[in-house]
Design a protein around this ligand. Structure first.
Ligand SMILES: O=C(O)CCC(=O)C(=O)O
Length: 229
């Protein structure tokens, strides 16, 4: 019988092969459909619920206008992404309302990063977005990180969503794909700075997040790891 490690490696290779066949014209973009099975989704949802008691969801605001985002956010890891009227988009080591450090990044998230990226250092931030039925996220690119050579790994839990992926300039053509609970995507290589957003949520499509709605987790490396000696 194959060892657990061999089985896991085969599982990973299979997912990588599937992912590499997806949207080949967008190099660096990978979709791992159903990466987490239902038990793993529920386990992760329970971990996120617990984290959100330590670091409550807050309402981020647009720089300058102070307009509230429709998503609510929290983070785990040594850094967290925040936005407010006065300070704009940035990473912070502490929660903007409680002033406390973010909770530690759970091992289950570090394991996903290791499985789907070849990046030689762990993620430092996990932004946790909560989408209620009406929430959406406009097209944007993730560019507040110094380590732009590191991919962004995005995990979906709960209600399905319509994800929009564009190009590196705002005017480039875009396409949509539905993301379901348990799907993982990677924005790396040329896709790292691709515009992307969430057009809509499909309410009532999952029971994984208690009370309904969608959770999205994005794992980011913010600072450049030290060069090896
Ligand atoms: O919710 C998603 O799938 C995308 C989230 C996102 O684009 C972000 O947090 O920057």
């Amino acid at each position: 019988m194959a060892s657990k490690k061999a089985h896991e490696e085969q599982h990973e290779e299979q997912f990588k092969a599937q992912a590499n066949n997806f949207i080949p014209e967008v190099p660096g973009f990978a979709l791992y459909r159903g990466y987490l099975d239902e038990a793993a989704q529920r386990q992760l949802a329970a971990v996120i619920e617990q984290l959100s008691q330590q670091a409550p969801f807050f309402v981020p605001r647009m720089p300058r206008t102070g307009k509230p985002f429709s998503v609510r956010m929290t983070n785990c890891g040594v850094l967290g992404w925040i936005s407010d009227q006065a300070g704009g988009y940035r990473y912070s080591a502490t929660h903007p309302e409680t002033g406390a450090p973010w909770p530690e990044m759970p091992d289950s998230l570090l394991a996903i990063w290791q499985a789907v990226t070849d990046y030689p250092a762990p993620p430092e931030a996990c932004l946790i977005n909560f989408y209620s039925a009406q929430a959406r996220m406009g097209m944007h690119k993730d560019c507040d990180e110094e380590a732009l050579e590191a991919p962004v790994v995005s995990i979906s839990l709960g209600d399905s969503a319509l994800f929009r992926l564009g190009g590196r300039v705002r005017k480039a053509p875009s396409r949509t794909l539905k993301l379901c609970s348990g799907d993982v995507i990677v924005l790396g290589g040329a896709a790292r700075l691709a515009y992307h957003g969430i057009d809509r949520i499909y309410p009532g499509t999952s029971t994984v997040w208690r009370g309904g709605g969608r959770i999205n987790l994005t794992l980011r490396r913010v600072t450049r790891p030290d060069r090896p000696e």
